[in-house]
Write a protein that binds this ligand. Structure first.
Ligand code: FAD
Ligand code: 2HG
Ligand code: ZN
Length: 475
């Protein structure tokens, strides 16, 4: 990997990063150079593993001086190739995995400070140990990192109640392109002192700075949950059920996920231990959960009564309530392993779209009809965070279909779906997964020109030499 002109740079880096801070052997670097969907395979000068915020800043200062591009990487679970270097071999990959301390937990202030490389599940655990709750929850939470969550503005399973990652942040510490460290780890809830600079780095996918730590909001720990896996008449009924549940529970709905029959078939077939919670097959399901910090909130009764009324109103056809933690975990395992089951089943085309919650059903009807008429070699799996208006409108290669031919039509299919989402439904072609490298062209196509101009101006102000994750988000 080491070419002669690079050796002086690598020596400086080695010195800067200390023992165990730099990987240069190809076999050591290899796992960092491919994204989880295997859409992109890159090369890198080396992989830097800084273990302090100051070292991250020092790496950036050196790279800025030499004009060397830097690609930040968290848990590498992203969907858009944002954490993968290009094929030039001229970029430095900076992994945050060693920057993984929980610096402080302040139960009274309902906040904690975590370094960027902390795995999300470890942050959840640290909050739990302090009798608090950190609400961000994703299927990838055992691997993805807080820095990646902040940089993609991750969504997931509790957005409906707690918002996206952006809504869970009080302050940030960020290494800037020129090597300065922005220290703004405030624990304040109120602070109207000028522009909200931290918000620039949230969802910026490593193009404006490298986040090294964050001050995060905590909530009271949930002590009771009522969870149901219910067969709904159709997506329209699902949205009506959600509205009823929010009302009946005093807005204690913490998750509301739409699941089609094919997702149940794929997870039960491909993922060991997953079983269909209901006796007979149904076209559509929802996995819904009410949660409360008060043990005696009677959530089971609220959920049972609401589901019975919905059954009477023809919105539901069947439902199973989790009777214990094991059953609840089983329902969630089915939901959270849909992406893995899709992967094991074959090639897939993914569309992470959002439309207003009230328009979800109409979107599924229109876009679903188009898919059935035009993509005979694909099977639709439209699922996800219906409570947030966010669908993973995915297509899997049909059994026996030619993989290459199916994938080759991806661009044309994407155009129809994204045009429909943006132009007919005022929706988004990237609800929660970001832009990365995958959707740069889509952003250029759909973002208002003034917004793109402003994005480029911000990029130029913070990274005038263009060293931070070039080719991602903007080009
Ligand atoms: P990476 O993939 O490593 O990086 C993502 C981007 O952030 C890249 O552009 C990278 O350069 C940048 N970056 C990483 N760390 C930093 C840093 N410290 N400073 C600056 N830039 C940085 N996403 C959802 O939103 N909701 C879901 O429900 C969800 N479920 C998932 C389920 C599965 C099974 C999988 C595999 C993924 C899922 N994801 C989901 C996608 C993914 O987990 C999220 O996007 C997550 O936030 C990425 O975190 P990461 O640490 O893996 O980031
Ligand atoms: C989820 O909600 C993730 O499970 C993954 O965001 C979505 O694979 C996908 O399309
Ligand atoms: Zn999702």
């Amino acid at each position: 990997m080491r070419a002669a002109p690079q050796s002086a740079f690598l020596e400086r880096l080695e010195h800067l990063l200390g023992a165990g801070g730099l990987l240069t052997a190809e076999s050591d670097a290899a796992p960092f150079l491919v994204d989880q969907r295997e859409l992109y395979r890159g090369k890198a000068i080396a992989v830097a593993l800084p273990d302090t915020a100051q070292r991250v800043a020092d790496v950036l200062e050196l790279c800025n001086e030499r004009g060397i591009a830097v690609v930040p990487q968290g848990g590498n679970t992203g969907y858009c190739g944002g954490a993968t270097p290009d094929e030039s071999g001229a970029q430095l990959l900076v992994s945050l995995k060693r920057l993984n301390r929980i610096r402080t937990v302040d139960a009274l202030n309902y906040s904690l400070v975590a370094e960027a490389g902390c795995v999300l599940a470890d942050v959840q655990r640290a909050a739990d140990e302090a009798d608090r709750f950190f609400p961000l929850s994703l299927g990838s939470e055992g691997t993805c990192q807080i820095g990646g969550n902040l940089s993609t503005n991750a969504g997931g399973l509790h957005v409906l109640r707690y918002g996206m990652m952006r809504d869970l942040v009080l302050g940030l510490e960020v290494a800037l392109a020129d090597g300065r460290l922005l220290s703004a780890l405030t624990a304040l809830r109120k602070d109207n002192t000028g522009y909200d600079i931290k918000s620039l780095f949230l969802g910026a996918e490593g193009t404006l700075g490298i986040i090294t730590a964050a001050s995060l909001k905590l909530y009271p720990r949930m002590s009771t949950a009522a969870t149901a896996f219910a067969a709904v008449r159709d997506p329209r009924a699902a949205v009506q059920l959600l509205a009823r549940l929010r009302e009946a529970s005093g807005d204690r709905v913490s998750s509301f996920e739409l699941i089609p029959r094919l997702a149940v078939e794929l997870t039960t077939r491909h993922i060991p231990g997953v079983r269909d919670p209901l006796d007979a097959p149904h076209a559509w399901y929802v996995l819904c959960e009410l949660a409360s910090a008060r043990p005696a909130d009677g959530l089971d009764a609220v959920l049972t009564e609401s589901l019975q009324q919905a059954l009477g109103a023809g919105l539901l056809t069947d439902a199973a309530l989790a009777r214990n933690e094991g059953e609840r975990a089983g329902f969630w395992r089915l939901r959270e392993t849909i992406p893995e089951a899709q992967r094991r089943d074959g090639a897939s085309l993914k569309h992470d779209v959002a439309v207003p919650v009230a328009a979800i059903a109409q979107f599924i009807e229109r876009a679903g009809a188009w898919v059935r008429a035009n993509v005979p070699d694909g099977r639709l799996i439209a699922y996800g965070h219906v409570g947030d208006g966010n669908l993973h409108f995915n297509l899997n290669q049909a059994p026996g279909a030619d993989r290459a031919a199916f994938m080759a039509r991806g661009e044309a299919i994407k155009r129809v779906i994204h045009d429909m989402v943006v132009r007919e439904f005022d929706g988004s072609f990237s609800a929660e997964h970001g832009i990365g490298r995958l959707k740069v062209g889509e952003l250029e196509r759909y973002a208002p020109p003034v917004e793109l101009d402003l994005m480029r101006a911000v990029k130029h102000a913070l990274d005038p030499n263009g060293i931070l994750n070039p080719g991602k988000v903007l080009r």
